[in-house]
Ligand binder design. Structure first.
Ligand SMILES: Cc1cc2nc3c(=O)[nH]c(=O)nc-3n(C[C@H](O)[C@H](O)[C@H](O)COP(=O)(O)O)c2cc1C
Length: 342
């Protein structure tokens, strides 16, 4: 058994029940969450032969930041419930693996404490209180965030059901809102804005001075509209199946989005159900510059903090390198869409 596959079982032993359920679950009937990995598994490859693969490089860059691996860390909440070090430990592990972290705006660690080990981006929910959003992002920028990732698939939070106690009744608020508590805020100020439009992209860009990534895009027409409105990158995601249940699998949505942006300078990323190096290879061949892992990095954090995050990212990367050798692709630029059979 792969060590990565043991993590979820180990995490099941360690995590409090409501937290485990929260990490695992999808929205609604859990259709999109359950099928994500299967759609990567269903894609077939057309490997090259007789290519010099004596040296394999997984190096790439995302929005100008060099990374040793295209396997990056998606934003997830409640990391301090997984491990006391929370986002700090996640960044340490990612730094050791030459990766990059997208930090949730609902992080359990103040942004200022993150300065240091790994390059990081800040994920934003634009709140109804725009000034509060702007202040939060300014703190992230000052603390070293290199891009802002707008999660666009969450005008309202997807309905999740569980039989046990609700996780929000068991978790201290500072594990969710380290960057917004302690300022005398009303709950209503933290509600997510439901009136976002493409114009929000320009507002974010000019407010923060950072490149803007739009996360949660599944349609080619939306992707083009976002880039025309100023987005530097599009992140194909259905939020790990936690928003609109029944939303298409990202393994299916990626190709049309990447094709629609081929004549632009925008980068494309993808997440959702990516569980091994072959999945990463398939995503890069279909047009992604990088992939992001959600739950796998949470399981690693829960089991062994920074060291386990480093090992998980390193294992994904060596699996990718192995698959690249077998596909006749010595570097990420040789991963082209003709490698994936229709
Ligand atoms: C427990 C949990 C919390 C999450 N929190 C956030 C969040 O705060 N912001 C966000 O944009 N996405 C969030 N996501 C979605 C992830 O960023 C990512 O899109 C998804 O987990 C990828 O799928 P995977 O878990 O199959 O790798 C969360 C996902 C999980 C599992």
């Amino acid at each position: 058994m792969r060590w990565i596959d043991t993590l979820i079982h180990e995490a099941e032993q360690r995590l409090p029940g409501p937290v485990l359920t929260y990490f695992q679950q999808g929205a609604g009937l859990g259709l999109s969450a359950a099928e994500a990995e299967n759609h990567w598994n269903a894609l077939r490859l057309l490997p090259h032969v007789l290519r010099d693969v004596s040296a394999i490089s997984t190096r790439t860059s995302v929005l100008g930041t060099e990374v040793a691996t295209p396997v990056l860390v998606a934003p997830t909440t409640l990391q301090r419930q997984a491990h006391e070090g929370g986002e700090t430990a996640m960044l340490q592990g990612a730094a050791a693996a030459g990766s990059l972290v997208c930090v949730s705006s609902n992080a359990g660690v103040p942004f200022e404490a993150l300065a240091g080990p790994a390059p990081w981006w800040v994920q934003a929910y634009v709140l109804r209180d725009r000034q509060l959003t702007a202040d939060l992002l300014e703190r992230a920028r000052e603390a070293g965030a290199k891009a802002v990732v707008l999660t666009a698939d969450t005008p309202v939070v997807g309905q999740k059901y569980s039989t046990g106690p609700n996780v929000w009744e068991t978790v201290p608020p500072e594990h969710l809102l380290a960057n917004v508590t302690g300022q005398g805020l009303e709950e209503s100020q933290l509600e997510k804005a439901a009136d976002l439009t493409p114009a929000t992209i320009d507002w974010l860009r000019t407010t923060t001075g950072l490149p803007v990534v739009i996360k949660g895009v599944l349609r080619a027409d939306d992707a083009r509209e976002c880039v025309a409105a100023g987005a530097s990158a599009i992140w194909v995601s259905n939020h790990g199946g936690r928003q609109l249940d029944g939303a298409v699998a990202t393994a299916r949505a990626l190709r049309p989005v990447a094709e629609a942006l081929a004549d632009t300078s925008a980068e494309v990323y993808v997440d959702g159900g990516i569980r091994n190096g072959r999945h990463v290879l398939t995503a890069l061949a279909l047009g992604a510059t990088a992939v992001f892992l959600g739950r796998p990095t949470l399981w690693a954090l829960a089991v062994g903090g920074a060291a386990a995050v480093e090992r998980a990212l390193a294992d994904f990367t060596s699996e990718l390198a192995h698959a690249m050798a077998l596909a006749g692709a010595p570097d990420v630029s040789s991963l082209t869409c003709d490698l994936v059979s229709d």
